[in-house]
Design a protein around this ligand. Structure first.
Ligand code: TXE
Length: 493
């Protein structure tokens, strides 16, 4: 028997578990939605229902906000060192349950289990540990005003934080919001994506084990248009952190605007990956395979527009297409899988629509280009050349395993092409020329620029996007600043 046979058998064993009934987590208790109804949670790798999700509405949001408000005073007055210890315990519990959480994430979101093990779950644990420590080092400023007054700044928690997270990196992005919010002394109501509720449900259980007091973390599941919208519009939620699509983000901003809520929006991207002729081609190809196809291309930081200097265009394309062909598309629970399933049938249809546009517009599809003929929502990793940069394929966030490769002749042209979208989240630049690396980094419309790497993250650095990729920054002290309100106190001497 081959290794592949063994791992697909193991994948089947991992799936033989009964379907999960997800509950809301409000004031430390698990409850059904007030409506009494549920939403089916479909497993992308099989297309079958694997769990039921509470179909929550404004009544559940009201209960959760009320529990969070009640918990706020005690929690915000808990010494930072005690809050920190609880967050560290939660980080340890995530790490201690890594295997189970990785399996849940792979089944629920369609991502390869190897990626959940390597990326999603360790980074979720790291988020709690990082903010547990960061809160102990947050400092504020003081100014003596010509000997006549002393000004100092208090950084106070805001109250109940509304946290809305997407399906592509479910626990990773949820913890990216919950950890700084509660570390800074806020309580929260989180609304995970209705497509991927399972690790959020498990996080709620782990938060009880970590002895985080009831009401500090509340989790309400359900549709964005119902539960999410009610959270955004709730008058007792003064701060919102949202990660999701640009169109949804615009709706969140519009709903929040009349109440002047503090807002952080992490939205879509259509990120350039620029390769100059002097780059290390082998390393650039290996990393570009990950930046193109990791998590099926469903990461807002994926580099879906590759621009290559003409002198090495053919060499890059040959190597890149060959490496793409070697990727194994398959069961997310299979240890040997490189590319799993897209999140839903609807999303697969959206991605397929762009493959049709590419064909209609005369693009050359070097590999991929089709749905994989098996149950679930699988699309072949696809490499396209020959499209105009005005094409929707190069302008819209496809959020699938689809990349374009386009030649350029000069640094100036590369910059114009890279900046020629409405997005500005991240960019990668490949070159050995130090001066050019810094020059291009400064000129890119992008919240993050990676030089000769991709997704190398340091939690201390600011993270967020320009243009339609979002508003505000999170990460490190940017997050702690966002989740606190600065108050100036002026004392006359
Ligand atoms: O995400 P939505 P969708 C992009 C990607 C994808 C597109 C649409 O291009 O194809 O967005 O994805 C909640 N008020 N990204 O529609 O709608 C929703 O329940 C309040 C990029 O699945 O943005 C979920 O919890 N909340 C992105 C969250 O918003 C609402 C990751 C995100 O869902 C709401 C995901 C409303 N009116 C998709 N409507 C990234 N930046 O990484 C929905 N929600």
């Amino acid at each position: 028997m081959t290794d592949v046979d063994e791992s697909s058998k193991a994948a089947k064993r991992n799936r033989s578990q009964s379907s999960v009934a997800v509950r809301n987590f409000i004031g430390g208790r698990f409850t059904a939605a007030a409506s009494g109804t549920t939403i089916p949670d479909i497993e992308p790798g099989t297309g079958e229902v694997m769990a039921s999700v509470p179909d929550s509405d404004e009544r559940d949001i009201e209960n959760a906000v009320s529990a969070a408000r009640q918990a706020f005073r005690a929690w915000s007055n808990t010494p930072a060192a005690e809050r920190s210890a609880m967050l560290l315990r939660l980080g340890d519990l995530i790490e201690g349950n890594l295997e189970e959480l990785a399996r849940l994430e792979a089944r629920d979101g369609g991502k390869p289990i190897s990626l959940a093990r390597r990326l999603d779950i360790p980074r979720a644990a790291a988020n709690f540990r990082f903010f547990a420590t960061a809160i102990l080092h947050q400092s504020t400023e003081a100014h003596s005003t010509d000997g006549t007054a002393l000004n100092y700044t208090l950084r106070q928690p805001v109250g109940v934080a509304g946290l809305i997270s997407p399906w592509n990196l479910p626990l990773y992005l949820l913890s990216w919001k919950i950890a700084p919010a509660i570390a800074a002394g806020n309580t929260c109501v989180a609304k995970p994506s209705e497509f991927t509720p399972l690790t959020a449900h498990r996080l709620a259980e782990l938060s009880l084990e970590a002895e985080i007091p009831p009401g500090v973390i509340n989790i309400v599941h359900g549709h964005g248009q119902k539960a999410g919208r009610a959270l955004v519009r709730h008058p007792d939620v003064p701060l919102l952190s949202f990660t999701g699509g640009t169109v949804t983000g615009a709706g969140v901003a519009a709903n929040a605007a009349p109440m002047f809520k503090k807002l952080s929006l992490e939205l879509g991207g259509k990120n350039p990956n620029i390769l100059f002729a002097d780059a290390d081609l082998e390393e650039a190809i290996a990393t570009s395979i990950r930046s193109s196809f990791w998590n099926q291309g469903e990461i807002c930081l994926c580099g879906s527009r590759i621009f290559v200097e003409r002198a090495v265009f053919d060499a890059f394309l040959d190597g890149f297409v060959e490496a793409t062909k070697r990727l194994r598309v398959g069961d997310p629970l299979d240890e040997t899988t490189d590319v799993g399933a897209l999140i839903s049938e609807a999303h697969l249809q959206k991605v397929s629509g762009y493959l049709e546009i590419a064909q209609k517009e005369g693009g050359t599809i070097h590999t991929g280009g089709k749905r994989v003929d098996r149950p679930g929502f699988f699309v072949e990793p696809t490499v396209i050349t020959g499209l105009s940069c005005d094409s929707d394929v190069l302008q819209d966030e496809i959020f699938g395993p689809v990349v374009t490769v386009t030649p350029f002749d000069s640094e100036e042209e590369a910059l114009a092409l890279a900046n020629g979208t409405r997005y500005g989240l991240s960019a990668t630049v490949w070159t050995r020329d130090l001066r050019r690396a810094h020059r291009v980094a400064a000129a890119l419309d992008s919240g993050t620029v990676w030089i000769n790497c991709w997704l190398l993250r340091d939690l201390r650095v600011p993270f967020g996007g320009m243009k339609e990729s979002g508003v505000g920054r999170e990460g490190g002290f940017e997050s702690l600043n966002f989740f606190t309100e600065p108050k100036n106190v002026c004392v006359k001497l």
